[in-house]
Design a protein around this ligand. Structure first.
Ligand SMILES: C[C@H](O)[C@H](O)[C@@H](O)[C@@H](O)C(=O)O
Ligand SMILES: [Mg+2]
Length: 392
């Protein structure tokens, strides 16, 4: 039987949640005075949407095979991502065999190297790559995790990211990651508030439940060091993305500074095996957290994960719904996964990319068996209006 070839690549955009999960209505915990590199400007301190965190929107990539199957994937990227896919990357995919994912990835990456390397171009490449894996799974009638070598454990276990670790504990999650609300620009009072929140949550959850802080690139080495040292009293398990992604030197210093036993994590805004090689070889962190929709897709995450394994580092992908679930279940050095609590008050479990994906699995009691449906096992919600801004 001949191998199907790719006949069409199509790129769409959609607004309102979905893969651009920061694109939420007013009043959501994920946009409530969270510290960022923009917090030094008071006008941008209350809401990340004010400086455009949700400016991109969701990119939907659809890839159709000569045999009729259609693979798709969603990531953060919007119109810019759609342009890159339709005007540039599609030429490396249309006409190729559905199996030749490695070659297509290499051509997409090297063909865009003169303006890509990281950022939105890697988001677009990731979107195409994930759609290719979804398509291959549908052609082969296998879930993606089978194509990656199969499960190494029966089910996934999750920590929850959100404003209510106390509620996450009651829902069966293994830990709760809080967003940091105050950065250096808010001085000692802000630091005190950060510690007061952690102390309150520790008092609510008891001594054994993991508590972490996600600092979303907002700090400097001194502030992060002081926060970590003071947070040890409240059993902070890890301090996440304390510094801007390119400050490899700062992360290496922070990792030397934090109390013994406290973990340093980062990587959600890093991309490709080369970016993660820098983090690993410079001793920047204990856990890398690539987002599979931003780092280069599954094809690149396989390489990143092997590199991390050789460095005895854990790989806990940044929350990216089914795209990380199908990977994490297949890797020994990915013992747990992230679940972003997308309910506005973080008080109930709703699908991470809500409302965009039908059949999107969610943890029950903090655990999940990855569904055996072909590809990534999800469908686009027909009620979500797609726009194809650069149709060919
Ligand atoms: C909660 C954090 O501020 C981000 O919004 C979150 O998307 C990311 O950093 C994470 O690790 O989930
Ligand atoms: Mg994070």
């Amino acid at each position: 039987m001949s191998t199907p070839t790719i006949t069409h690549v199509r790129a769409f955009t959609v607004r309102g949640g979905g893969a651009d999960y920061h694109d939420q209505d007013h009043g959501h915990w994920i946009d409530d005075h969270i510290a960022t590199p923009m917090s030094k400007y008071p006008e941008y301190r209350q809401s990340r949407q004010t400086f455009g965190l949700n400016v991109l929107g969701t990119l939907v990539v659809e890839i159709e095979a000569s045999s009729g199957e259609v693979g798709f994937a969603v990531t953060t990227g919007g119109d810019i991502g759609a342009w890159i896919v339709e005007k540039h990357l599609a030429r490396f995919v249309e006409g190729q065999k559905v199996t030749d994912i490695e070659k297509m990835w290499d051509q997409m990456f090297n063909g865009s190297l003169f303006y890509g390397r990281k950022g939105i171009v890697l988001n677009a490449i990731s979107g195409v790559d994930l759609a290719l894996w979804d398509l291959l799974g549908k052609v082969r009638q296998e879930p993606v995790y089978h194509l990656l070598g199969g499960a190494v454990r029966d089910e996934l276990q999750f920590y929850a990211t959100g404003a209510r670790p106390d509620l996450a504990q009651q829902m069966g999650f293994i830990g709760g990651k809080l967003p940091l609300h105050h950065g250096p620009a808010e001085g000692e009072e802000g630091l005190r508030k950060n510690l007061e929140l952690l102390a309150d949550m520790r008092q609510r959850v008891g001594d054994d439940f993991w508590l972490m802080y996600d600092c979303w690139m907002s700090l400097d080495v001194n502030y992060a060091t002081r926060l970590a040292q003071k947070a040890q009293e409240f059993g902070l398990k890890w301090i996440e993305e304390a510094l801007p992604p390119d400050d490899y030197w700062g992360y290496a210093e922070l990792r030397r500074n934090v109390p013994k036993g406290m973990l340093v994590t980062t990587g959600e805004h890093e991309a490709t095996r080369w970016g993660f090689r820098m983090l690993l070889e410079m001793g920047c962190c204990d856990i890398i957290q690539p987002d599979v929709g931003w780092c280069g897709g599954i094809t690149e995450l396989i390489k990143i994960s092997a590199l991390a394994d050789a460095h005895n580092a854990l790989v806990v992908p940044h929350g990216s719904s089914v795209y990380s679930y199908h990977f994490v279940i297949t890797r020994h050095n990915s013992p747990f996964a992230e679940f972003l609590m997308m309910a506005p008050q973080a008080d109930k479990v709703v699908p991470m990319f809500n409302p965009l994906l039908l059949d999107e699995p969610v943890p029950v009691n903090g655990r999940m068996k990855v569904p055996d449906r072909p590809g990534f096992g999800v469908r686009l919600n027909p009620d979500c209006a797609l726009t194809r801004p650069y149709s060919r």
